[in-house]
Design a protein around this ligand. Structure first.
Ligand code: DGT
Ligand code: CA
Ligand code: CA
Ligand code: ZN
Length: 589
């Protein structure tokens, strides 16, 4: 597997990618404090991200003279990394650090306080440390500085009350965690000592984010397999835990727990470490009522005193009188209720259409034709081209005149390319009053309209809910795109009454989207399940911005599975002839 070759005879441990990235982040902050041009600051931030995301040791890449292969790393940065590796220091950083009090950079750990603003507080009030900042907030001196108000003072005090994070330790988005996890599992499976190797934990359940990777394996030679983990290229450090386990850390800073067990207990351990914790606790309680005690080692029968070991998870569940429960459902959300019937969960192959994607007409990377051909290669039967509208607010967008020409182009591509239907659509911005930002007359010429909120999302809940409901009442808005606007780990959802939106969607036959962008997955699992139960027509869309990311429907599908959805719950599993009449324009015709 690419990037997971054994690394042979490594010598002493080098600086970790995390440490190198932190040095670049600090350098970016220092330059910004110093008032350097923004390009230079951004270059260091990008370099930090590139190093942090690199699956292999950046120190090793530097030693091998290959570090400039990484995106955003050129000659200048290569020199800085080399200096850092050889001397433990970057001279430019040393020089800048000497110019400022050591506590000043710490200020930037607070929300709403970048280096530029921190510098202003230093220049105006002499604030040079977190303690000084807190004191100034408590005595209400911050509000007198231009650009800082009483609100900022409040947020500073709230941040201190909540505890300023020492070092940010964000949970990893599922697609990144699985990218790493699947690579490690594939590499371990290739090892001659390996028998079964499976990912467990939150990554297997398809959770939004993952703290660490859990891997369960059986092996003819457990010690050889744990040793093999340490030798993988993606692994920064590794230590043995007991005789058949290891805890490792990847270059991206994620922990990996490997447990090697006997084949007769593989099902018990896989079930236990897949979790969730809530599912396991509920499972144990249900078992106790039947006189059974479940642990990671087996199922103890009170009546006989015998411990059953299970080679498969299905056996564990069967012993408890339960059907096999898919990992995505193991969240204690009713999957252990008496009479539970496992749904036939939707798969990515069930999708026939993809109704949200962008081209170079707005912020996409490919043409209509390229998107159409890529979709056909993926086996899709129909797609809608839905570029951004004029009030989208950033990047390219499609003016009404542009849209007329764009429709013609899409029709031309559709006529020319066999084997896929290409629909003319838009992702129209929902204005603060709930109207779309194109005229109805123009929207009527399209085949499909996604309505999304991309601007003014700081509204109060009543206003935002009214805005969304008004959008569902529009005769041409077929679906609400990424309905809550959340960005996982980065942006909270809009203040929105989701049950009220669901009700309006049912009443108006407006579909709701499960957007598959890995940092969105919006609707989320809980809302998507509520929507399906209420009778909303759901679609799973890629929102792809290029041919290479069309496959991200994988993440929307995982969300749909966590929402207990079957193919029948998701409308774009239907052939076009059956899907078309569900659109509002067809219902209202
Ligand atoms: P995360 O935080 O993304 O790593 O989430 P998980 O679910 O992977 O959690 P983790 O890695 O702490 O533990 C893996 C699984 O082990 C967890 O899903 C269920 C099981 N487990 C861990 N701690 C407990 C516990 O205290 N009680 C029970 N019943 N199961 C546990
Ligand atoms: Ca985990
Ligand atoms: Ca774990
Ligand atoms: Zn959008």
């Amino acid at each position: 597997m690419k990037g997971a070759y054994p690394k042979g005879n490594r010598t002493v441990p080098e600086l970790s990618n995390t440490a190198i990235a932190a040095a670049f982040d600090e350098l970016g902050d220092l330059y910004e404090l110093d008032g350097a041009i923004i390009h230079r600051v951004v270059a260091y931030r990008n370099a930090a991200k590139s190093v942090r995301d690199a699956p292999m040791s950046v120190a090793t890449l530097t030693r091998e003279g290959r570090v400039t292969e990484l995106p955003g790393i050129g000659k200048t940065l290569e020199e800085k990394i080399a200096a850092l590796l050889d001397t433990g220091k970057i001279p430019a950083a040393e020089k800048l650090r000497a110019k400022f009090p050591p506590g000043l950079v710490d200020l930037t750990r607070l929300p709403g306080l970048g280096p530029k603003r921190a510098r202003r507080l230093f220049d105006e009030l002499g604030i040079d440390s977190l303690e000084a900042l807190r004191a100034a907030a408590e005595t209400q001196r911050l509000r007198d500085v231009k650009g800082f108000g009483a609100k900022f003072e409040e947020s500073v005090l709230a941040a201190f009350a909540a505890g300023v994070p020492d070092e940010p330790h964000p949970r990893v988005l599922l697609h990144k965690a699985l990218g790493m996890g699947e690579q490690i599992v594939a590499a371990l499976r290739e090892h001659p000592a390996a028998d079964r190797v499976e990912l467990a934990g939150s990554a297997r359940r398809g959770a939004d984010t993952v703290k660490d990777l859990d891997i369960i394996a059986t092996a003819t030679d457990p010690a050889a397999l744990t040793a093999a983990l340490a030798e993988l290229d993606v692994i920064e450090s590794c230590s043995r835990t007991g005789d058949a386990g290891a805890r490792a850390r990847t270059h991206t800073g994620m922990s990996v727990d490997l447990r090697v067990v006997g084949p007769d207990q593989f099902g018990n351990l896989l079930q236990h470490f897949t979790g969730s914790k809530a599912h396991n606790m509920a499972l144990r309680e249900a078992a106790v009522r039947k006189g059974l005690h479940v642990s990671e080692y087996g199922v103890l029968d009170d009546a006989t005193g015998e411990t059953h070991r299970c080679a498969t998870e299905a056996e564990v569940y069967a012993l408890l009188g339960l059907p096999y429960i898919e990992p995505e459902l193991r969240e204690d959300r009713g999957e252990l209720d008496p009479g539970f019937e496992p749904p036939r969960l939707i798969t990515q192959q069930d999708l026939r259409g993809d109704l949200h994607m962008h081209t170079i007409a707005s912020d996409g990377r490919n043409t209509v034709e390229e998107m159409a051909l890529a979709a056909r290669d993926r086996g899709l039967e129909y797609i809608a081209i839905t570029d951004h509208s004029a009030t989208h607010g950033f990047g390219n967008h499609v003016s009404p005149d542009d849209l007329r020409r764009h429709i013609e182009r899409i029709r031309e591509v559709d006529a020319r390319i066999e084997g896929i239907r290409v629909l003319a659509g838009t992702e129209t911005n929902i204005l603060p009053d709930g109207r779309p930002d194109y005229d109805d007359e123009l929207l009527a010429e399209l085949d499909w309209v996604v309505g999304s909120v991309h601007t003014a999302f700081q509204m109060g809940q009543d206003e935002m809910t009214a805005r969304m409901i008004a959008a569902t009442e529009h005769p041409y808005i077929d679906v609400i795109g990424h309905p809550t606007g959340r960005k996982i780990e980065r942006r909270r959802p809009y203040a929105l009454d989701v049950p009220a939106l669901i009700e309006a969607a049912v009443r108006t036959h407006t579909m709701l989207e499960i957007n598959s962008a890995p940092d969105r997955r919006d609707l989320d699992d809980v809302h998507a399940r509520a929507a399906a139960r209420a009778g909303v027509d759901l679609v799973v869309d890629s929102d792809a911005h290029g041919t290479t990311t069309m496959g991200i429907t994988r993440w929307g599908i995982v969300t749909a599975r966590r929402a207990w959805l079957t193919a029948a719950d998701v409308r774009n599993t239907l052939p076009w002839e059956q899907f078309a009449p569900l659109r509002k324009r067809a219902r209202n015709a």
